[in-house]
Design a protein around this ligand. Structure first.
Ligand SMILES: [Zn+2]
Length: 397
């Protein structure tokens, strides 16, 4: 059910197939972010047309609004958001450590203030696991303690040690939920006519991935990795706490150092998703990515193209008849001119937000597809040189 098969490698870059309860995912893969159970401005049909195979949703946001019990009543997360392909939920750790407002951390968990109604709430490893179980995504993430990119070694060690202790608690709770589901469904099977709720069925088929922390300290990361692998036989591994303010060369060096030590599991680099970072991380053996950049930038009028980012608001596009990206097959690029897209932004029309978000998501999904092709041809190195020559040196924005 949670199989990962590597099909080809080119240097450290690899392509493979991740099998999940709601479908298969070809890697490397970019996951659009559906913060509140929706990828902002895009419908599930838009996501399908963009080729999305895996979508991320935020546990913190769905917990504070509408609440996981509401989502459960409405058929669990897949049915709630009308997305029948694989889903991943984060644990809420990143949000409670990065959102504004007061919070109190102790060994048990984190008490924080809801950004919606100001109420005090607590997330613990057990609660984060239970909420994700109820939401019912294919992949759940362990609850972690995230520190800023520049954290000193003592702070990073403290957070890593806590993350490891919390991982044990998440794993234990996840196993308990699974065991109690299996017991319940066996009882139900023995009384015919009773329908097992779809959400419960989905939850049974959920896996839990650990998150490697350790800041920018190589020795801590190595130690954290060893200890995570000692704690269980996982189906995937996330690398967290990067792309949180440290210089990019630091992140690249970290990935390069870790790569030979990583197991043959799918590797998910959390929160990374600018085109140049995707290429650099795939080059260093990463398989999965998520980032709000394509939709957030899209709503600001910034579009990714093979020739670098384009700001559609610029006056030069006023009467430009060309598509945003002549090589792109998305609805935006096959239907509209740059001049029309600029007009939508200048007139503050909602369609503009949707069209640029759609294009940017499609761009990153196509980029991942191009990388898979280059890896299959064992030509990732030369492909990356050519990609960078065009993307980094000819941008018009
Ligand atoms: Zn496009």
């Amino acid at each position: 059910m949670f199989e990962f098969k590597i099909a080809a490698q080119s240097g450290a870059a690899r392509t493979g197939t991740l099998t999940l309860p709601h479908g298969t995912v070809e890697t490397p893969v970019f996951m659009p972010v559906g913060t509140q159970g929706t990828v902002r401005a895009l419908s599930p049909n838009d996501l399908r047309s963009a080729g999305a195979t895996l979508v991320l949703a935020n546990t913190y946001h769905l917990h504070v609004r509408p609440g996981e019990q509401v989502v459960e009543k409405l058929g669990a997360l897949h049915r709630f958001m009308g997305w029948d392909r694989p889903l991943l939920t984060d644990s809420g750790g990143f949000q409670v450590f990065s959102l504004e407002g007061s919070r109190r951390l102790d060994e048990d968990g984190v008490e924080f203030q809801s950004h919606v109604d100001g109420s005090r709430r607590t997330l613990t490893p057990e609660r984060a696991t239970e909420i994700q179980w109820v939401l019912g995504a294919d992949i759940a993430m362990a609850f972690d303690h995230v520190v800023p990119g520049g954290a000193d070694e003592a702070t990073a060690r403290d957070a890593m040690e806590r993350t490891l202790r919390w991982l044990e608690r998440c794993g234990k709770r996840h196993e308990e939920l699974r065991a109690s589901y299996v017991a319940t469904s066996l009882r139900r099977k023995s009384s015919p006519g009773e329908n097992v709720q779809r959400s419960v069925v989905a939850s049974c088929n959920q896996t839990l991935w650990p998150i490697l922390q350790g800041g920018t300290h190589l020795a801590l990361r190595e130690e954290g990795l060893r200890r995570i692998l000692d704690l269980g036989s996982w189906t995937g591994l996330a690398i967290g706490g990067l792309s949180v303010g440290e210089p990019k060369p630091v992140m690249y060096a970290m990935l390069e150092h870790l790569e030979p030590k990583l197991p043959a599991l799918p590797r998910y680099l959390m929160g990374v998703g600018f085109p140049e970072d995707l290429v650099a991380a795939v080059e260093r053996g990463v398989d999965l990515f998520d980032c709000v950049a394509p939709t957030r930038n899209g709503r600001n009028g910034s579009a990714f193209t093979p020739d670098g980012p384009v700001n559609i608001r610029n006056a030069e596009h006023r009467d430009d008849v060309r598509p945003l990206d002549a090589s792109c097959d998305c609805e935006t690029c096959t239907t509209f001119s740059r001049g029309y897209l600029r007009h939508l932004f200048m007139a503050e029309e909602l369609l503009g937000l949707r069209l640029l978000s759609l294009h940017n998501v499609r761009y990153l999904i196509r980029l991942a597809g191009e990388m898979r092709d280059a890896i299959r041809r064992n030509a990732f190195g030369p492909w990356a040189v050519e990609w960078r020559r065009r993307y980094l040196h000819s941008g018009s924005a």
